[in-house]
Design a protein around this ligand. Structure first.
Ligand SMILES: [Zn+2]
Length: 267
């Protein structure tokens, strides 16, 4: 085993996996859907794979024993139907897939599972999946499963480098793709892509939620100013998120998951 592939399941042999004997498993959940005229459909999947790989590699270099599962490339995209070939599986299907994967990891004796989400459309489903999983076990039984995301894991100082925030295919994602796969980024198509606002003032607030029809919200399938995107910003937000996830993995690796985890044990 080279240090490059340590913990990366798709690149390991059965002997290497048995030697690793992981304490923690990481599963990325991404998506394949349009990201404007300048980024590829695989944007969310490339980002998730890269951040998870850097996090797992860093954690294992720090002495942890973490295994990275292959990233799921298709997620929830019910609101992208007006765009061509926006890949999607249903809400309940995604929940079932993730629950089955969790169950299979638990059957290997692993008690710590970290989900890394790379697509906003998956968030509500994955939160519900954690609750469904908790409900399938008696209190204190089953693996400890937690959820973070490509964007949520970025430390505030690194996030501040993004001058034009956007939920989709804006400066953040464009910078990350410039850092990961510049060959798939069309800089000549960079622009300020429209982000439409709801007609009702009350629906513009985060006090209420609804499922936005994405072609009505971001007609270009991308939103916001992208011309300030850069490799440096992309590396900063990728490394910031990966380093933070690596710290979480190292701490999880060391800890004993008893019945009351993550809260203090009774003794
Ligand atoms: Zn995206």
């Amino acid at each position: 085993m080279t240090s490059d592939n340590r913990g990366i399941l798709t690149e390991m042999t059965i002997d290497e996996v048995e030697t690793l004997d992981p304490e923690v498993v990481v599963l990325g959940i991404a998506s394949t859907e349009p990201h404007g005229p300048h980024l590829p459909y695989g944007t969310d999947t490339y980002q998730t794979e890269t951040i998870c790989r850097r996090a797992v590699t860093a954690a294992n270099e720090a002495g942890a024993s973490v295994l990275l599962y292959p990233t799921l490339p298709i997620g929830n995209n019910v609101n992208f139907q007006a765009f061509p070939f926006a890949c999607r599986i249903g809400v309940r299907t995604l929940m079932d897939v993730v629950l089955d994967v969790i169950e299979a990891i638990e059957a290997e004796g692993v008690e710590k599972i970290v989900l890394v989400n790379g697509h906003g459309g998956n968030t509500a489903t994955l939160r519900a999946t954690l609750r469904e999983h908790a409900g399938r076990h008696d209190p204190g039984d089953g693996a400890f499963v937690c959820l973070t995301s490509n964007s949520g894991a970025i430390p505030p100082g690194d996030r501040d480098r993004i001058e034009h925030p956007s939920e989709h295919a804006g400066e953040l994602e464009t910078s990350r793709m410039l850092a990961i796969r510049p060959d798939l980024v069309d800089e000549s198509a960079f622009d300020e892509f429209p982000i439409l606002k709801p007609r009702l003032e009350q629906l513009r607030s985060d006090r209420v939620t609804f499922v936005p029809r994405w072609d009505a919200y971001m007609p270009a399938s991308a939103g916001g100013e992208t011309r300030a995107s850069s490799v440096e910003k992309g590396d900063a937000v990728i490394d910031g998120a990966a380093d933070w996830i690596a710290e979480l993995l190292v701490e999880l690796d060391r800890v004993d998951v008893d019945e009351l985890f993550p809260f203090p044990s009774a003794d």
